[in-house]
Design a protein around this ligand. Structure first.
Ligand SMILES: Nc1ncnc2c1ncn2[C@@H]1O[C@H](COP(=O)(O)OP(=O)(O)OP(=O)(O)O)[C@@H](O)[C@H]1O
Ligand SMILES: [Mg+2]
Length: 263
């Protein structure tokens, strides 16, 4: 299947969703995948050189090669049966790319990331118009939210807020198949600083707490012998680091539970 992330507006989270969320999800589900960044201005792919998940599966293609790229995208999906994730940078040829994907005969799932603010919603509607004109249906990703549900996500311009007497406008929901929520969080940045995807970053966090206590105690004892530092100091330092990874892992469970890839 082809998974196309698109929004003509810049900075709404297209690359973040495509890389950190969709690639990590494909890996979690044990699916072979390929990642195409159709945006020569951003070169996000290069950032993730420590990612085991992405390892050789990501490519940046310049817009000049859009048509050739689409051919490759379709081939990988249909012939090689991969999940092919496409980050469609907000360039002027978005429309052309959407049509090329839609005419491929392959199933395409479209994702439109948007922050729940009025101006962004209007813009997302324009992108949804383009997807529909190409014969597709959009999935909405409400990004940078305060919570994981429509009641606590804080996207008041869509869902309203009774307490604040904000009415909201749910008309965008009628135009999408699914709606997903991604909370505002520091972990995309943390993972990226280590040149990893979120899915790589959280791996150690999945280790059970009790097991981690044993691992870190042993490590602290060995290091203390080696360095003369207090074992307790070493332990608490490492525990603090791991505790962040644990939080990132717990954060990720909220993404995993939404089955965003629809597989
Ligand atoms: N859920 C989130 N929580 C915290 N930060 C986020 C989240 N989503 C996106 N960001 C941050 O917002 C910024 C813009 O995101 P991103 O680069 O993915 O947008 P984009 O749509 O790909 O932009 P462009 O149009 O320039 O390609 C990045 O710094 C990213 O780390
Ligand atoms: Mg981008």
């Amino acid at each position: 299947m082809i998974h196309a992330v698109t929004n003509t507006k810049g900075g709404t989270g297209k690359s973040t969703i495509a890389f950190h969320v969709l690639c990590s999800e494909a890996a979690r589900l044990g699916r072979d995948f390929a990642m195409y960044e159709l945006d020569e201005k951003n070169l996000t792919t290069e950032v993730f050189h420590n990612s085991e998940i992405l390892d050789g599966r990501g490519q940046t293609l310049t817009l000049d090669y859009t048509v050739a790229a689409i051919g490759e995208v379709i081939y990988e999906s249909i012939v090689e049966n991969k999940e092919v994730i496409v980050d469609i940078g907000g360039g002027r040829d978005t429309d052309e790319v959407l049509h090329a994907l839609a005419n491929s005969g392959e199933i395409v799932r479209y994702y439109v990331p948007v922050e729940g603010k009025e101006a962004q919603i209007t813009n997302a509607m324009g992108t949804i118009d383009m997807i529909e004109a190409a014969g597709g249906r959009a999935n909405l990703i409400v990004n940078r939210t305060k919570g994981w549900t429509k009641d606590d996500c804080g996207a008041n311009d869509i869902f309203g807020d009774k307490a604040l007497k904000i009415k909201g406008d749910e008309s965008i929901l009628e135009r999408v198949d699914n709606i997903y929520f991604i909370m505002d969080n520091p972990y995309f940045d943390h993972a990226q600083r280590d040149n990893m995807l979120l899915g790589d970053f959280i791996k150690e966090g999945s280790i059970h707490r009790d097991e981690m206590k044993l691992i870190l105690s042993k490590l602290a004892m060995e290091k203390a012998k080696e360095t003369g530092e207090f074992g307790k100091t070493i332990y608490s330092r490492n525990w603090k680091i791991w505790d962040e990874l644990r939080k990132a892992y717990e954060f990720y469970q909220n993404i995993a539970s939404q089955n965003i890839l629809g597989l």
